[in-house]
Every structure is written in C-alpha cells, then in structure tokens.
Ligand binder design. Structure first.
Ligand SMILES: Nc1ncnc2c1ncn2[C@@H]1O[C@H](COP(=O)(O)OP(=O)(O)O)[C@@H](O)[C@H]1O
Ligand code: SF4
Ligand SMILES: [Mg+2]
Length: 401
C-alpha cells in the first residue's frame, strides 16, 4: 500500500526516513574496533635456516590462560614454555630432561603444532615455519613429524585391531597404493618386532612393551623424519625398557630418524642422546653434547639433577646435592633467575636480573650469571639497578624441605 504522508511520494518518504535514521546513528558512538593484542611481543631476530638442522627453535613461548571468576576471565598465564631456543641436527637424538611440570611435554607438543597457537617464537622444520603452514600443508607435514607417548595403552583405540591401528593413517595419507598396503604393514610390523598374526588382535591382548611397539609401528608407518618420544619407556619394566630403547636406536639408524627424547630418567637419556637440553620452569638452562653435559655440567640445576644419578660402584661416594624446596609455579615464576629460590650458588644479582643464554664453550650453552662475560655482567648490573629503582623486591628463599 502506498505511503500517504503530507502529499509526499513513497520515494520521498523513504529518503526522509533514511536520513533520519542516519542522524540517529551518528548520535551513538560507534563501538571501537579493538585489535586483539598479542600476549607477548616476538623478541627475537628471525632465524636464518641452516640445512644441517632438521629443527630450529627460536625463543619459543607457550602460555596457557588461567581462567577465574564468574565470567571465566583470564586472570593470568601458565608460562609452560618461556623462550626456548635450540637447533637439532638431522639423524641425531636430543634428550630433554627436567623435573615434572617444567614444560617438557608442552615443548614437544608446541614444536609439532599440537597445542593450538604458539604464544611467540619460531619453529623451523626443514627450514619451513611450522606455524605458517595452511591446514592442507600441515596435514602433509604431520606424516613427517610424529609423537610417541608415555602411556601406550591410552593412545591406542581399544576397538580397533592392531593392523587397522597401524594402517589407518597410512591409507588416509596415501603412503602406499592399496596393492602394496598389506605387505607394507607387515614390513613395518616386522621392523618393530611384531608378527603378521598380531594384526587381527586388539591392544588389550598385548603386554606394555608390545603396545609401545605398536605405537612405534604406527608412527613409523607414516615414514616420518622426526619423532618426539615423550617418556616412551617410563611406564615399562626395566627389562623391557632396554628392548624398546634398542628398537628406537635400530630404527633411527635404518631410517635416519631424528628424535627429541623426553625423559626424567637420566641414565636412559645418557644412553640414547647425542645432545641434551636441561629444562627448568619453561626455560632451557643448559644445552650441549651428551658428553659435555654429563662430564662437565655447568648450571647449578644440572649439577643438582645429575648428582642424584645412582653410581654402580658401591665404594664410590655420591655427592648428592639436595635441592631446596619445591619447583615454583610456572604461573608466577621467581623474578631474575627463575632458579634463584633453590640455588646453592645464588648471588645478589640473580634475584633481580635474568641470566643470558650464553655459549660458554663451543656448542655448550648455559643461562647462569656464573658464566657471564664482562658485557653480560654489565647488562645484568644495569638491569639490577633498574629493578631496585622500580622497587622490585626479591623473592624470599624457600626453606629446605
Ligand atoms: N593444556 C594446558 N592448560 C593449562 N596448563 C597446562 C596445559 N598443559 C600443561 N600445562 C601446565 O604447563 C606446565 C608444564 O606442563 P608439562 O609440559 O606437562 O610438563 P612436564 O612434561 O615437564 O611434566 C605445568 O604447570 C602444567 O600444569
Ligand atoms: S644465575 Fe644465580 S641463581 Fe641462577 S643458577 Fe646461576 S648462580 Fe644460581
Ligand atoms: Mg610430560
């Protein structure tokens, strides 16, 4: 029905209404478009790819939000990985050690992009930033980067027979043609010490060690280049542990695999690793060749950790260093050196200034003020003065337990 308003036409009435509504809209302030702020700024110079390294990690950070209150607001962050850097050579094994809760699993998962977005830093796999890949590219990359977990039982579907568990992703990613499929799976199982008749059995029919073999076969079937082994033998009997470690070493040699081997068992790490990273509260505190780390540990935390390794000689005296207190919360880590609340060698500067990541000898890195050069000493002294001017109070040292 046509509008009848003071003899105006429909078009004139529409135009009038449009102008009026525009005027009203201008009376209300427009909501500001706020850009989502980054939690932390990337504070690193970009990496330059060096082809001898399959993996290059640069100042990698992963913070998990802590939710609180009625409307589940973010009230803080768990700094699970807080600026980790290392380079891993192709075909070698890096051991990663540290107390429970220091961020080892998170670091492994963040490298594989299995934990949502990173908070900051870089992960270059074969020179490619993992976090720049499209979903399609990431799917292809998944076959190259695999993970083996501590608990083989919970990571295996109880409803699928073993052949299907190992073959499912092989089929999905088209690793081999359907004509070759059965022989291929038999071959992978054989390499991992499993028999062809195991294919039709279910995970609950196997022992812990065999279940871990199934997990290894599942990862290996995708033809990976890099495998994160997250405490792969911690849940197994000691006698079985050696078999699985030997299997991992054989497969590494055969397929030129690179491992990131996470474990709290230092003897296992010494046995399998070419290099070792020691982690404390989200940071690497020391990194170097296995030989250097075990024979000349630099960082007081590494010294304390290694002093607890049992010595086979009953006459040898163990100089065990007892760490004071418990590991602080990664949601509220101590200022300055994060280890200062438990360190026997803590100095005044350690309470205010974070130590720099320094190459103390070739390929042997450490973050501790004891190994600063003159320039780093000066920067630390300036940081301490600035912190004191701002009234930063040092944390109280924890009582020994
Ligand atoms: N998904 C998550 N959400 C919140 N906090 C997490 C999550 N995963 C791990 N954390 C926290 O991050 C810290 C490091 O955990 P984790 O990487 O599992 O240590 P580790 O493997 O060395 O025992 C712990 O304080 C843990 O509670
Ligand atoms: S920086 Fe200081 S507190 Fe930290 S490990 Fe070194 S000596 Fe100990
Ligand atoms: Mg873990």
């Amino acid at each position: 029905m046509p509008y009848m308003k003071a003899g105006k036409t429909d078009d004139e009435v529409f135009e009038e209404n449009k102008q009026a509504s525009q005027q009203h809209a201008e009376d209300f302030p427009k909501p500001k478009k706020t850009k989502r702020e980054k939690l932390v700024e990337d504070d690193h110079a970009p990496l330059i790819y060096d082809p001898q390294y399959i993996l290059m990690v640069n100042r990698l950070k992963k913070y998990f939000p802590i939710k609180g209150g009625m409307i589940s607001k973010t009230v803080g962050h768990v700094k699970a990985v807080d600026g980790v850097s290392f380079n891993l050579k192709r075909g070698t094994t890096m051991g990663l050690v540290g107390e429970s809760g220091c961020g080892k699993t998170t670091l492994g998962r963040v490298i594989l992009r299995l934990s949502g977005e990173k908070t900051a830093g870089q992960v270059l796999f074969n020179g490619q930033e993992v976090y720049d890949l499209s979903p399609k590219e990431m799917r292809a990359m998944r076959t190259k980067m695999q993970i083996i977990f501590q608990d083989p039982f919970s990571s295996l579907s109880p409803r699928l027979p073993v052949g299907e568990i190992i073959g499912e992703a092989v089929r999905e990613h088209g690793i081999v043609s359907s004509a070759e499929f059965d022989d291929y799976i038999d071959g992978v199982m054989d390499n991992c010490g499993l028999q062809p008749f195991h294919k039709d059995r279910y995970p609950h029919e196997f022992s812990g060690g065999q279940r871990q073999r199934i997990c290894i076969a599942r990862a290996l079937a995708l033809n990976p280049e890099f495998v994160v082994c997250d405490e792969p033998v911690s849940a197994l009997d000691v006698s079985i542990q050696a078999q699985i470690i030997n299997l991992l070493r054989e497969l590494q040699e055969k397929y030129k695999l690179t491992y990131l081997f996470i474990s709290h068992d230092l003897s296992v790490v010494e046995h399998i690793s070419d290099s070792v990273g020691v982690m404390y509260l989200g940071n690497l505190v020391e990194y170097g060749s296995t030989e250097n780390i075990f024979s000349r540990p630099l960082h007081p935390y590494t010294e304390a950790l290694f002093s607890a390794i049992p010595v086979p000689d009953p006459d040898a005296k163990m100089n065990r260093i007892i760490l004071k207190g418990s590991i602080p919360s990664p949601a509220n880590p101590p200022k300055g050196c994060k280890f200062h609340t438990r360190c026997e060698k803590c100095m005044e500067i350690c309470k205010y200034a974070a130590p720099e990541w320094t190459e103390v000898e070739q390929g042997h890195f450490c973050a501790c003020h004891l190994y600063n050069d003159a320039a780093a000493d000066q920067r630390a002294a300036q940081a301490m003065e600035a912190a004191k001017r701002e009234g930063v109070a040092p944390e109280k040292e924890e009582e020994a337990l």
